[in-house]
Design a protein around this ligand. Structure first.
Ligand SMILES: Cc1cc2nc3c(=O)[nH]c(=O)nc-3n(C[C@H](O)[C@H](O)[C@H](O)COP(=O)(O)OP(=O)(O)OC[C@H]3O[C@@H](n4cnc5c(N)ncnc54)[C@H](O)[C@@H]3O)c2cc1C
Length: 353
């Protein structure tokens, strides 16, 4: 069976890795070709080493509580390279009314020890804090877990103030999107589950904290919520490419600098074959094709095969982002701020003059 994977970002590379692993376990004769339009593999993952700094142009970390990223690193022999965030300096700030104020950590950890700082936080009014606690009593949505926007969900559970000053800047920053449009199920499904299962996010978070503490056997090193690799996320890309190359070209062909321009079905028999056309005019025949490109590219490629799916893919909005990395000698900074933290977010609300 011939499989063609279009796109050499982390999704395409991980698909190739998983496909070959499972084919080997099941003794299936699979040959795989991965096609990447640019010269480098990794897609959005771009790590550069400049003057001793590890600079990430795209993602800089991933969530450790979703087991697949960490699991893949361990399988690739990168377990020792995993590193967490610096727990000494893991504060986040919110720029509110011209001042950097610490994000109340208790809202993330729900640790009893953090309850007091949360209720002392100048970021929220007393009414806002009390409304946050109302989450314990607000009835769950009668919609039985159907989707809603991030904005509607958190306003309903925590109130407008907590949503606008804390939740919106933090969560929509992650997706560079509009909270009124972002699907809760697609972005933070855990919270939907907490509401359905426990009737309250606070109760759900406390229960999940208890479970985590119970299941912590102490055998695996504890990971912080966000993790990366010592030399940057490019290490994962390099390890995947090396592992795929070790399989041998007859089973796994990695090709970069080739853009896929067309995808058609070659026969209408029982087992359809696909023709993948490249910008060079070359065409590849394939039994199965995996699209691991951005949705708008997948839409273009699928148009002649399934216009309905293509139209749906085209409705997924994308936005552009810019990453600017600046480094300053410590001595050139005033002591106005200790700089001990991850960074800061800026809510839409508040006085920004
Ligand atoms: C600035 C930024 C910061 C981010 N930070 C984080 C973070 O900290 N943590 C996190 O988990 N996520 C983060 N993300 C999201 C994460 O980077 C992406 O979700 C992930 O890298 C997407 O991987 P992918 O393989 O699906 O797509 P991509 O990485 O987009 O890969 C798609 C590949 O397909 C190729 N391609 C496109 N068209 C064709 C074609 N016609 N023929 C052949 N190849 C084609 C492209 O060149 C590309 O290499 C961030 C994203 C950005 C932009």
């Amino acid at each position: 069976m011939k499989v063609t994977i279009i796109g050499g970002g982390i999704a395409g590379l991980a698909t190739a890795y998983s496909l070959l692993k499972h084919a080997a376990l099941a003794n299936l004769p699979i040959t795989c070709t991965l096609l990447e339009s640019t010269q480098h593999f990794g897609g959005k993952i771009r790590t550069e080493l400049i003057d001793g700094f590890i600079i990430e142009g795209g993602p800089d970390s991933f969530l450790s509580y979703k087991p697949w990223g960490v699991g893949l690193c361990r399988e690739l022999g990168l377990g020792d390279r995993l590193m967490g965030t610096n727990t000494q300096h893991h504060r986040t700030y919110v720029l509110y009314n011209g001042r950097l104020r610490e994000f109340p950590e208790g809202l993330v950890t729900l640790a009893p020890s953090q309850a007091l700082p949360l209720f002392m936080s100048p970021l929220l009014s007393m009414a806002g804090k009390l409304r946050l606690l109302m989450d314990l009593f607000v009835a769950k949505s009668p919609s039985n877990g159907t989707d809603e926007s991030l904005a509607s969900f958190f306003r309903r559970r925590f109130g407008a103030e907590v949503f606008e000053r804390l939740i919106e800047p933090l969560m929509t920053g992650i997706y560079a999107g509009d909270a009124e449009q972002l699907s809760l199920r697609a972005t933070f499904p855990r919270f939907l589950e907490f509401e359905q299962q426990y009737g309250s996010i606070i109760k759900g978070m406390l229960a999940s904290r208890r479970q985590r503490m119970k299941s912590d056997t102490g055998t695996q090193p504890k990971l912080t919520t966000f993790v990366t690799l010592r030399g940057g996320l490019v290490e994962m890309v390099r390890a995947l490419v090396a592992s795929l190359e070790r399989t041998g070209k007859e089973k796994m062909l990695l090709r970069n600098g080739v853009r896929v321009t067309g995808l058609t079905q070659a026969s209408s028999g029982e087992k359809p074959k696909y023709e993948v056309t490249l910008d060079s005019g070359e065409s590849l025949s394939s039994d199965a094709v995996v699209l691991a490109t951005p949705a708008f590219t997948a839409a273009d490629l699928l148009m002649s095969l399934d216009s309905g799916v293509a139209e749906q893919l085209r409705t997924i909005p994308y936005t552009s982002t810019a990453t600017v990395s600046l480094a300053y000698p410590a001595a050139s900074l005033s002591n106005a701020h200790s700089l001990k933290g991850f960074g800061f977010v800026i809510p839409r609300v508040g006085d920004h003059d």
